[in-house]
Design a protein around this ligand. Sequence first.
Ligand code: SF4
Length: 247
Amino acid sequence: MRKTTPANIKLTLYGKPIELELSAPAEKVTPVAILPALHRINNTFVETAVEVFVADGATISCQAGCGACCRQVVPLAEFEAYQIAGLVEQIPEPKRSAIKQRFADGCAKLDEIDWLGQLERMLAEGTTHEAVQTHALRYFHSGVACPFLEAESCSIHPVRPLACREYLVTSPAEHCRNPTPEHVKHIELKFQVSKIVRKLWRTNHIKDLDSVPMIYALKWVKRHPNQFPKKRGQDWLREFFNYLANP
Ligand code: SF4
């Protein structure tokens, strides 16, 4: 069993005192191994934001069994792509093969419209944020569901990506079936763990894109072996919280 080091963090979020009791691997690891701690941090940040927004009168439209947003592109931090690929390998057969097939079918469908190639060219040319958002809508309209979506529910809910945890909608749920920036309103999080770690931790594998679209994760991991440095879990967490204090 892996030895862990406790890390107790106190901070103030939206004016509320927060205490986080975390544990991180004592040995030197890549950031993939601190994902459980990042999930806990993310959950706490999101839950705190929801309490504050709901107290201010907002209503969260997201409910179990609504997987409308699971047809949007999911931006993974580079190291999350390794977590997702590892997770798929642990799924027993025949489900594992079925999920791998969904990844492959999704990529094939998006390749028909050269979705990823176009995105890479747009980012290399310094396209506007609005143009990238419009391109993201092409992904949605291609109808590629997340390979982990089953009966409109997330089949990997406890270990789902950071970005999925942060997507909470306050506009009516039916707007998510035809999402546009004007019609879909989200909870604006003070700290988005997914964005922070994408900025903080990446290797030379990642160039113009700052993330790996989840549907490409299995292909991407095959082409790009994990080259992250290894550090003690507490050192990765220290870097994270130092960034939070001085972004
Ligand atoms: S991982 Fe789960 S929550 Fe995220 S897009 Fe896929 S099904 Fe939806």
